[in-house]
Design a protein around this ligand. Structure first.
Ligand SMILES: [Zn+2]
Length: 139
């Protein structure tokens, strides 16, 4: 479902990140996996950032993770967020290992309600007909 009047920057999928954004569009979290290291990594690249190998594949992530760290944003750094402050940005450590920068939703933007190591799960916000953004909410 597209939202009219969306005023924030939209992602521009690159050839390397297209699989990730296609997954988000289908409300699935897909992340790259290195067959050599037997580990996931993020952000999307055509080669593994640990071994620099090109033997990678995409795998569907569980969508579960924990808050590694977070910040409560009280200033709108872009006019698109003017009506949303305060809101919570977070680095979520996925169950599979990599960390993903995202927004926490469904939680009061208050340190009394947000904490590190809090279990979270992905949810997708449909922005346009083509773009859905992964956000996380408390489990
Ligand atoms: Zn590797």
């Amino acid at each position: 479902m597209a939202q009219d009047g969306y005023r924030k920057p939209l992602p521009t999928p690159s050839p390397e990140s297209k699989r990730y954004w296609d997954g988000c569009h289908n409300h699935e979290l897909w992340i790259p996996f290195c067959r050599n290291c037997q580990k996931f990594y993020f952000y999307p690249r055509d080669f593994c950032p640990a071994c620099f190998g090109w033997d990678i594949e995409w795998r569907k992530a569980s969508g579960r993770g924990r808050v590694y760290t977070y910040a409560i944003q009280h200033r709108a750094w872009h006019p698109g967020w003017q009506d949303e402050v305060p809101y919570v940005t977070a680095l979520v450590q996925l169950e599979e290992g990599p960390r993903l920068y995202t927004n926490l939703i469904g939680v009061d933007p208050d340190p009394a309600h947000v904490h590190c190591d809090m279990p979270v799960e992905v949810t997708f916000e449909d922005i346009t007909e083509d773009v859905s953004l992964p956000k996380f909410r408390p489990v």
